[in-house]
Design a protein around this ligand. Sequence first.
Ligand code: NAD
Length: 448
Amino acid sequence: MNTTTPTSLFDDALRQVDAAAAHANVDSETVARLRRPRLVSSVTIPVRMDDGTLQLFEGHRVRYDDTRGPAKGGIRFHPDVSLDELKALALWMACKCAVLDIPFGGGKGGITVDPKALSHAELQSLSRGYIRELADVIGPDVDVPAPDVYTNPRIMGWMADEYSKIRRARTPSVITGKPVDLEGIIGRDDATGRGAYYCLKEIEQQRGWTPSQVTVAVQGFGNAGQSIASLLHADSYRVVAISDSKGGLYRDAGLNIPALIEAKNSTHTMNGVYCGCDLSECSKCGLDEANTITNAALLELDVDVLVPAALEQQITGENVARIKAPLVVEVANGPVSSEADTALAARDVLVVPDILANAGGVTVSYFEWSQNKSGWKWSLEDVHSRLSQMMRSAFNEVHTRSKENGISMRAAAYAGALERIASSVQAQGTSAFFAPQEHAALQPAVRV
Ligand code: NAD
């Protein structure tokens, strides 16, 4: 097995596109266009800190592809944000929107920052500053941001407000994932996890599962991880392990997910739910050290379903041989490196790829954008039923192609996405149309 580490996340993403192109009926121009972003913008954001000092932050926005519609993709606040990472994430967004047949291209943005180190006022100032610096390259019909890691509805609300002030016109459709009371859409909060849940429900049906006999481990307990854990728990799945950046919890009998969500969101710790103490004292209440688990060990648990819902590159050439779960549902973007993906496919591990599994978020973002543009408000029932229908239909389309062509679900998802993007490229004409020898476009139509 090749054990070389890819030089960059973006190179890894390009490898996935190249591999899928071999299974797709696409013009080479489409693949060539998708190898480069359309526009990359980098800015410096000055923020006056609470202590009076000035700090300068680095921000970026990548408009990767807008062939099928305005670019669409989240904004990430994280110390490790880099242009290389954002280009990969933006390319995946273009493919994701095509998998779901949503009329958007792909974009992504971010700021290199540890948001946990900022006060609320500093965070607001940074969020508004990001929009001031990048207002000329985003817009409702150009590039539409949304939340991602360590950004949330409140931040989206500040950003939409700042953009509206710059344009001197209320413009909610510039950003999705806004608070429901600030022209957001109901049901966007759990849409990413819910979309992945609908994929799992299709698998449950295919395999005739009894949920209480199915064990699940979820890495990452933020927006997406909490939502899928909570929906599966409500269906009686045994969610035996969860984790966040500080570590994880394991309980063979299954964890109390609603209580953990409440504890995590109120105290920012997960173990507090059992005893209100820190981990060193947890033996007093039954949560002793044996119930804690590292992020690395969580990935290697012998569970039926593994859900990486944190960051990219968690399953790589280094740990793939120790992954025991027969089913991996990629709620995070890019949690499995292409090298690990090949190894998992060779072992017949079913991987539901990120560009399908986590597409629920952008799907409901599309509903929100459309609600803002039309002025017609959606009900929660509308959101859930349209999301369920779109996710299940995309899942079955990809799954059927994967079975019929004997390829992984990832290759099938990318192949379908490339064909949709290629159709739009071809509608404008490729070299097959513009080649000088034909001049077919100038010929009068033949009438019979
Ligand atoms: P979030 O900020 O709400 O939560 C991230 C979680 O991951 C937190 O619990 C954090 O503690 C945890 N985490 C961070 N580093 C970790 C590490 N090294 N190991 C384990 N856990 C770690 O973010 P989110 O919106 O839930 O996004 C999670 C993933 O889902 C990302 O890959 C994101 O790109 C993807 N995603 C999110 C959305 C969305 O709508 N929010 C949509 C599509 C994809």
